[in-house]
Write a protein that binds this ligand. Structure first.
Ligand SMILES: NC(=O)c1ccc[n+]([C@@H]2O[C@H](COP(=O)([O-])OP(=O)(O)OC[C@H]3O[C@@H](n4cnc5c(N)ncnc54)[C@H](OP(=O)(O)O)[C@@H]3O)[C@@H](O)[C@H]2O)c1
Length: 255
């Protein structure tokens, strides 16, 4: 049984990942709402740890690091979901907007990753490898005009993941990015419903319209993301690191 830290654990995608991984592993569940984390941990059963932390706050990350130290946690990996860099079409927002976005969606989550790496002690000679998966979006691989700031922060994560893959590879720590296209978590379903209302069409018509440009003609399901995460944490990825893997139904056309 391995131990994995999962951020965004209470979200639509995070919960699906937790439900799948909890069948065979111990989890450290992280998000901001302690009550939601506790109820998820109880529902999952087993000896999971639920720790509230805000990835935008340095002091909160330090608190999480101290808690992991006091529990003497030995992690086998983590799934990091930097908070969504909210869609804004302005490619040159004010310095304050950039500072807030980078703190919330890059600097804070990277501090959490660093604290988690300090609790990872792989032993590749004995087949014990550690796996880090960073959840990103397809704007890490192509420019989306309506996600101007996300285009920048997502590509920053790809650069960081590839850099970490080099820095940590000799220790047996793998770092890959999983870039999601539209994924039908409740949060994203609400977004589709809002767009449907604005366009004056049904949810089903809006969904069919949006996915017409996706080769598989569908958005992803959180359970499909969970299956891929389980694979990337397993021996399936023992010779894979520094990759930006697209999970978008074929939407991204570049080679
Ligand atoms: N759904 C999609 O179509 C899609 C597409 C591309 C990428 N993604 C990425 O996939 C991830 C999950 O998406 P989702 O649809 O499952 O979103 P979601 O349901 O809104 O879940 C977000 C999760 O992150 C936690 N969270 C938010 N802000 C946080 C903060 N400052 N510190 C710590 N935890 C925080 C939330 O819990 P609390 O609010 O309690 O903290 C929740 O557990 C995100 O990173 C998103 O960028 C999603």
């Amino acid at each position: 049984m391995a131990t994995y830290l999962i951020t965004g654990a209470t979200g639509g995608i995070g919960e699906a990942i937790c439900r799948r991984l909890a069948l065979n592993h111990r989890l450290v569940l992280v998000a901001r709402d302690q009550a939601k984390l506790n109820s998820l941990a109880t529902e999952l059963g087993g000896a999971h740890l639920a720790v509230a932390a805000d990835m935008g706050q340095d002091s909160s990350i330090s608190g999480l690091a101290a808690r992991m130290d006091s529990e003497q946690l030995a992690l086998d990996g983590l799934v990091l979901m930097p908070p969504q860099p909210h869609a804004a079409p302005d490619p040159m927002p004010s310095p304050d907007v950039w500072r807030d976005l980078f703190q919330l969606s890059f600097i804070g989550p990277l501090s959490l990753l660093k604290a988690a790496v300090a609790r990872i002690a792989p032993n590749p000679a004995q087949g014990r490898r550690a796996k880090i998966v960073i959840i990103s979006g397809v704007s890490s691989a192509q420019v989306l005009s309506h996600y101007a700031t996300a285009n920048v922060i997502r590509t920053a994560w790809v650069g960081e993941a590839k850099t970490l893959a080099f820095a940590l590879g000799s220790r047996g720590i793998h770092v890959n990015t999983l870039s999601l296209g539209g994924t039908l978590s409740p949060w994203y379903q609400n977004k589709i419903a809002e767009r449907a209302q604005k366009a004056g069409v049904s949810y089903e018509a809006q969904l069919a319209n949006e996915t017409d440009n996706v080769p598989l003609k569908k958005y992803g399901e959180p359970s499909e993301v969970a299956a891929v995460i389980e694979g990337l944490l397993s021996s399936f990825s023992d010779h894979m690191t520094g990759l930006n893997i697209l999970h978008d139904g074929g939407f991204t056309r570049a080679y």
